[in-house]
Design a protein around this ligand. Structure first.
Ligand SMILES: *Cc1c(COP(=O)(O)O)cnc(C)c1O
Length: 437
């Protein structure tokens, strides 16, 4: 059985003889009966499949590729364990992500620590844990880390994050590689040149390579080619300053399908354009074959996750709008409110129902902007229906809040007819666990 928007659901998504959505071979109504609503479901086959696809598509075109999972898309110990089992390293952006990665079994030497303002405590913790690479983002950090490593008598492997002034044409809130960005050393202003020379003259830091990240999600291939070419070309003269480019990273940002009529290029296409540009330009410029470090986040977990919500109140304002209220919202998925993110939805208990009206799926939070999907075509839904929102695995749970003190949903991982809880539902006691009366 297939349904209209199946391409944005996990690869195991199907429907059963009750016309219910199944994920990993399990009826999602059974999952909600057991684990409650709302519920986040991760499909293990999609997750592992994406890890393997990235490794295969990149290494088959550029042998010396390292794939890192960008943890901020969503990480907990179970996810860290899974990506580690699949052979990925991890991109982390906080002390907390370092702790979760290590708890999940990641080897600290495979961690790349990013961020525009790592705290002194985070840098100390990274040095304590022997984090593999620290990606320096500012002169402040360069000096601080250089001093800390020197005080400990160690040499820390580092990369520099450069900002190439390339616009990947995504949402302004998720664009990072342009001049007016808080991230990275700008090539345009001369900061990049100064930073490269300063690191090369800091004995406690070993400049292993160069990193950039354009933004996310990037539906076009060309920005990668332009930026890889521009930065490699820019770096060539620094060889005479002692730059030995052993690693090169074009970051992440690979898009996923949120809407059936806006599907991204496949991983092979991203790999092709990056690998080809790398090979050609590194050879032209005499850089040998540095390790290519790619950092997919959204594209690893996004499609694997499905959010399940139960319909409650329905408010029809004739000739204006019909609001269908769900039992979750901006607390578990802030993306629509934050960057106008658009989603598909499916009535999970009537998969084959045909769309006949336009409705707005609203959340339960006390904000008028708490809308999960505005003006989408749906079958007529009733209170009690179960709504599945696909492509919910990335940047929804990881940005979740307890606004209005709604406990955050449970998460289960499904595979071959079995479900395991990877995060239990938050309780009222959890909500008060840190508070002192
Ligand atoms: C966020 C981020 C990524 C991952 O981006 P995705 O869109 O999730 O692939 C990779 N690298 C860096 C430095 C990032 O900040």
């Amino acid at each position: 059985m297939t349904f209209a928007n199946q391409a944005v659901f996990p690869i195991t998504a199907d429907s059963n003889d009750k016309d219910h959505l199944t994920l990993g071979g399990i009826d999602v109504l059974d999952l909600v009966a057991e684990y409650g609503s709302p519920l986040y479901v991760y499909d293990e086959k999609t997750l592992r499949g994406m890890c393997r696809t990235f490794i295969d598509e990149f290494t088959s075109r550029y042998r010396n590729t390292k794939v890192l999972y960008a943890s901020k898309a969503f990480v907990n110990p179970a996810i860290a364990r899974l990506v580690t089992e699949e052979g990925l390293g991890m991109d982390v952006v906080s002390g907390g992500e370092v702790a979760v990665a290590v708890t999940g079994g990641a080897d600290a030497s495979n961690l790349y620590f990013h961020g525009n303002n790592k705290t002194p405590e985070e840098l100390d913790y990274s040095l304590d844990e022997h984090v593999g690479r620290i990606v320096i983002d500012s002169f402040h950090e360069l000096n601080l880390l250089g001093q800390k490593a020197k005080d400990r008598g160690v040499v820390q492997d580092v990369m520099l994050r450069l900002s190439p002034s390339v616009d990947p044409h995504t949402h302004v809130m998720t664009t990072t590689g342009i001049l007016d960005s808080k991230f990275g050393f700008s090539i345009e202003t001369g900061d990049a040149a100064r930073a490269i020379r300063e690191v090369l003259q800091t004995p406690s830091l070993d400049l292993v390579g160069i990193h950039f990240h354009l933004g996310s999600p990037i539906f076009e291939l060309e920005p990668y080619a332009i930026a890889v070419d521009a930065i490699l070309t820019y770096l060539e003269p620094f060889k005479s300053d002692g730059l030995n480019l052993r690693e090169f990273s074009p970051g992440g940002g690979f898009a996923i399908g949120y809407l059936r009529d806006r599907l991204p290029p496949d991983v092979a296409s991203y790999a092709e354009v990056i690998a080809t540009t790398m090979k050609t330009r590194c050879s032209d410029l005499g850089f040998g074959e540095p390790t290519l470090v790619v950092e997919p986040g959204r594209s690893i977990v996004g499609r694997a996750g499905v959010a399940l919500y139960t319909v409650g109140a329905i408010k029809d304002i004739p000739t204006v709008r019909k609001y269908v209220s769900l039992d979750g919202g901006m607390g578990d998925n802030i993306r629509p409110a934050l960057y106008d993110a658009a989603y598909e939805a499916l009535v999970a208990n009537r998969v084959s129902a045909v769309s006949t009206e336009t409705v707005t799926l609203a959340g339960k939070y006390c904000e008028s902007g708490d809308l999960l999907a505005k003006d989408i075509d749906m079958p007529v839904v009733e209170s009690g229906d179960l709504i599945a929102m696909p492509a919910s695995g990335a940047y929804s749970p990881s940005m979740a809040s307890v606004y209005n003190l709604n406990p955050r949903p449970a998460m289960v991982m499904v595979n071959e007819g079995k479900a395991k809880v990877i995060r239990r539902r938050e309780t009222f006691a959890d909500l008060m666990a840190l508070d002192v009366a």
